[in-house]
Design a protein around this ligand. Structure first.
Ligand code: FES
Length: 78
């Protein structure tokens, strides 16, 4: 699975959660929705901008939980 971002890219800046941590949490715990990710590690629970492009209209975040989840779920189903 290729995100075109370094693993140390901070996705949720409110909680300092990196792409690497999110990939690990999603895969190891079979998380399948943004809300499940938020419940598990708090990503997306403060400003909410990291959740999706819909919630980040000015694109303040480079990468969002929705995009990470989509790539991981697609790779699991292929
Ligand atoms: S950047 Fe993730 S909740 Fe604010």
């Amino acid at each position: 699975m290729d995100f075109n971002f370094e693993d140390d890219t901070e996705v949720c800046t409110c909680w300092s959660i990196t792409l690497e941590q999110l990939k690990k949490d999603i895969l190891e715990n079979n998380l399948s929705s943004i809300d499940e990710i938020t419940d598990f590690n708090d990503a997306g629970s403060l400003c909410g901008l990291c959740r999706s492009t819909e919630e980040d209209e000015d694109c303040d975040r480079v990468l969002h939980l929705s995009e990470i989840l989509k790539v991981i779920l697609e790779s699991k189903n292929s």
